[in-house]
Design a protein around this ligand. Structure first.
Ligand SMILES: [Zn+2]
Length: 415
């Protein structure tokens, strides 16, 4: 099949991928993985399956030899469709209407998956002619629930190791993600002394202690935020990100300002999510707890935040870690970031916007291994996980063209 035919195949390939549900939970990827393996084999490629959790295979294909090694990655699982009656077209129809492909996963991220399949097939003849250089294609499992038997396991296993990576999650054609906030989820526990509710003076009320601890925690985080020093090379990305979040907020009628979002992206956020305590109205409670979700910006580590809270709450409440991950980013001056940037500028004639996102992608496992990683793919953040999710054919083609340009430049083969 010629190159231009492959490019024309993109919308129907997205549609076929959507028609193979891979809803997570449970996140079984067998059907999608089989389809991708067959597709690769029809196009003359051998692939390998790596399975780290039952019925959650990952598909890997590699062409070329030696360095530099560029990794292309996309996840195969999708979030549940929710109430199917709220979809204009059935969520697994993959219907193509008026320049849009509809269905669960269209944006997140069967659109991106199709793009990296096509790009891999198109570039193989070029890569194979190189003296040295390899391209790895990876379709992976379980991103929507943490990526442990997916990208994390593949990186640990030495399968996904390279000099640069592109993760084709939905950034939209004119933006690319160079970083993401980290996670710091803790439990704050206050203890007291039980007594009869009619004689509170005999006890120590854990709920009242927890309330004080929560107010104190918010002050401690505000303090901590005053001392944060962000990496200076990320200032543009932070501003761009705030603009993107503001746009989304305005579209849903919220009256927020740019500085609100600059703050969200560049400081430790504070969201008390769950509170529990007490057992009976006529007892002085001896136990109360809060589950607190904090997202931390690049330059800050979860352990710094936890230590700060522990010191500040000493004698008032205990701080236990529930889950933590480091914030991470790839310098905008890294080759892969510069080439995607240049691609957006030259191929599309648009102003490229590097951004930082508040949520996590599988890119974090690659960055943790020291692999410069850019997230670039078709779709819009606001459509991920939404009803009537779609991706436009226009965005599919644009991101495809930019990716092709950036990868050719990466291997020094642009004619
Ligand atoms: Zn995704």
């Amino acid at each position: 099949m010629s190159k231009s035919e492959l490019r024309n195949e993109i919308p129907s390939l997205v549609s076929r991928l959507i028609q193979l549900p891979s809803v997570n939970p449970p996140g079984y990827t067998i059907n999608v993985a089989n389809f991708i393996r067959d597709w690769l084999s029809e196009h003359g490629f051998t692939s390998e399956t790596k399975e780290y959790a039952k019925d959650k295979p990952n598909v890997i294909a590699k062409v070329g030899n030696g360095k530099p090694v560029l990794i292309l990655n996309g996840h195969m699982d999708v979030v549940p469709p929710g109430d199917e009656s709220r979809w204009v077209y059935p969520p697994f129809s993959g219907k193509i209407v008026e320049g849009r492909v509809y269905g669960r996963g269209a944006t997140d991220m069967k659109g991106g998956l199709a793009i990296i399949m096509i790009v891999f097939a198109e570039l193989t003849p070029i890569i194979e002619k190189l003296g040295s250089g390899s391209l790895i294609f990876s379709a992976t499992a379980d991103e929507e629930t943490g990526g442990h038997p997916g990208v994390e396991a593949l990186v640990k296993d030495g399968v996904l190791i390279g000099d640069a990576a592109i993760v084709a999650e939905p950034s939209g054609s004119s933006r690319y993600y160079i970083g993401e906030k980290g996670l710091c989820q803790v439990k704050i526990v206050a203890r007291g002394k039980p007594a009869h509710g009619s004689l509170p003076v005999l006890g120590e009320n854990a709920i009242m202690r927890l309330i004080k601890a929560i107010t104190r925690t918010e002050e401690l985080i505000n303090d901590f935020n005053k001392g944060i020093k962000l990496p200076s090379e990320l200032m543009d990305a932070i501003k761009n990100s705030a603009e993107v979040y503001l746009e989304t907020a305005r579209a849903s009628g919220l009256n927020l300002s740019l500085s609100d979002f600059e703050e969200v992206v560049s400081t430790v956020s504070f969201n008390p999510g769950v509170i529990r305590g007490g057992s009976k109205i006529n007892m002085v409670p001896d136990y109360a707890e809060l589950e607190l979700d904090m997202r931390i910006p690049p330059g800050v580590s979860p352990s710094q935040v936890i230590n700060h809270l522990r010191n500040g709450l000493c004698g008032v409440a205990d701080v236990e870690t529930l889950d933590a991950s480091e914030p991470n980013y790839t310098s905008p001056s890294e080759v892969i970031a510069r080439l995607v940037h240049e691609g957006i500028e030259r191929v599309l004639g648009l102003t490229p916007k590097p951004i930082i996102v508040t949520g996590a992608t599988d890119g974090r496992y690659l960055r943790a291994r020291g692999i410069p990683t850019v997230v670039y793919g078709p779709g819009e953040l606001a459509l991920a996980h939404a009803y009537n999710e779609y991706v436009t054919v226009d965005d599919l083609i644009k991101t495809h063209d930019v990716m092709l340009y950036a990868i050719k430049r990466f291997f020094g083969t642009l004619a």
